[in-house]
Design a protein around this ligand. Structure first.
Ligand code: ACO
Length: 428
């Protein structure tokens, strides 16, 4: 017999069904809780709330497991291309050769961005943060495809998915080029996805840029590691916005905004800036560990440490730490900040404050060091995260629509004033 959860409240007993996922995580189904009992649940930050059933990504925070559609992150990072992983996340299976060719060719053919979008760029200040520009421009894309209105045009979803995957790298590099005052590059469709992105980032009309395969491979691994992470803050944002039937561009734009925050994807920029500060301050990591331990008074957190779900280690951080060593040695880069990062990790992992709170390096701790070695400027780090996370957001948006999920609308416990009488202005 299936398990049930018994709840006694106000002297009455209620019974709720339980359910179990394919990887054995268990849940109480409280969909009818308020109807039956008059109560709602309170769960700030949704620490215990499963907002949906999803078949895309599985993670076990205690064991440090991450799988996309049943494939381990370690296997995918070592053996797959980013576009194969994108296909896997979005369509549920690894593509056959033929499916992959069709998918990749479609993406190549949609890399051009409407010329009118360039005029929008002109309205941004040159020092605008590229994440602000990216989120605005992705939102603006919806205005270029008016057939989207009302979000009911599901048969065109595949085309919009291709457009997003194809054009976001182009838009991202334009925001960077503009901040430098350099001409914006057009895509070159003879290049593969990642080399095309690198070429748009780094080539100049005055000299050729040759894509270094070490750089392209490192970026491939980083994008795969960031490609999905189940119901995190930005993904939940994408699903919530999409649940109102908002179109896919608006939903992804909202996800980009959520990702920008320093407690989420924006941490990768904060980490490098923190490591630079430590270096400039003489490299004494213990001083910063002490400051973080007094976070409540200093307001200082160790960026790149701690995770809502991983309470043992972040499997992505493990892969990235090793990749940082490999990439820096292959490229012959000696970055003193890598040593500071390792020292900081070592000091924190032996400190009871971090051990007792299960705070470990997360995906953002070492990624910035690799981005920097690849020549990517600090304010583009979170944009790279967004390019990586794009297939995950798309897959989650698509699943939410296909499951015909109801509009997302949490409840609250109201704590404000109770009904009072209005006094006109001259009597207050
Ligand atoms: N440095 C110092 N103390 C920390 C840190 C940190 N990086 N992270 C958490 N703590 C402490 C908190 O002060 C709290 O201590 P307390 O129990 O004495 O009050 C305890 O650890 C639990 O922290 P919460 O903030 O309650 O944990 P939560 O799960 O809500 O937050 C988060 C997770 C936001 C990632 C947090 O660890 C953090 O702010 N880390 C730094 C930012 C960061 O690296 N974000 C990237 C996350 S990965 C990603 O989004 C891609």
């Amino acid at each position: 017999m299936a398990n049930t959860a018994e709840l006694t409240v106000d002297g009455k007993s209620y019974s709720f069904p339980t359910l179990e996922g394919t990887e054995h995580e268990k849940a109480f189904d409280i969909s009818n809780l308020r109807d039956q009992t008059g109560y709602v649940t309170l769960d700030r930050g949704y620490k215990n709330t499963g907002a949906t059933k999803s078949a895309i990504t599985f993670l076990d925070g205690e064991l440090g497991i991450l799988q996309y559609r049943g494939y381990s992150i370690e296997d995918l990072a070592a053996k797959a291309s980013f576009l194969e992983v994108a296909y896997l996340l979005i369509y549920g299976e690894l593509p056959t050769k033929e499916e992959f060719n069709t998918f990749e060719t479609a993406i190549r053919r949609h890399t051009l961005v409407n010329e009118d979008m360039r005029k929008i760029f002109d309205g941004f200040p040159v020092n605008a943060h590229p994440m602000g520009v990216l989120s605005s421009l992705v939102s603006a894309m919806s205005a270029f495809y008016p057939d989207l209105q009302g979000g009911s045009d599901e048969d065109k979803t595949d085309l919009h998915i291709i457009r997003l995957l194809a054009k976001i790298p182009t838009i991202a590099t334009w925001s960077y080029k503009r901040s430098l005052g350099h001409p914006m590059n057009y895509p070159k469709n003879q290049l593969d996805y990642i080399p095309n992105f690198l070429n748009m980032m780094f080539s100049l009309p005055v000299e050729d840029y040759k894509v270094d395969p070490v750089v392209a491979e490192a970026l491939n691994v980083l994008l795969i590691l960031h490609a999905d992470h189940e119901q995190n803050c930005s993904t939940s944002t994408v699903r919530l916005v999409g649940s109102s039937q908002a179109n896919i561009y608006s939903s992804i734009s909202a996800g980009i905004s959520a990702l920008w925050g320093p407690l989420h994807g924006g941490a990768n920029q904060e980490v490098i800036e923190m490591l630079e500060d430590i270096k400039a301050d003489g490299g004494d990591v213990s001083k910063y560990v002490e400051m973080a331990k007094n976070a409540k008074t200093t307001g200082f957190r160790l960026f790149g440490f701690g995770h809502r779900v991983y309470k043992n280690f972040d499997p992505r951080a493990k892969i990235i730490k090793k990749a940082a060593d490999d990439v820096l040695s292959k490229l012959g880069v000696n970055d003193p900040v890598l040593e500071i990062a390792k020292g900081l990790e070592e000091a924190a992992l032996h400190d009871d404050y971090f051990v007792s709170r299960k705070l470990y390096p997360n995906v953002d701790f070492y990624s910035g060091i690799i981005y920097r070695a690849l020549g990517i400027p600090t304010n583009m780090f979170t944009v790279l995260f967004a390019i990586g996370r794009l297939p995950g957001w798309i897959a989650q948006w698509k699943e939410m629509r296909e499951q015909k999920e109801p509009i997302g609308r949490p409840r609250q416990i109201y704590t404000g004033a109770t009904l009072r009488e209005f006094k006109p202005l001259d009597q207050r």
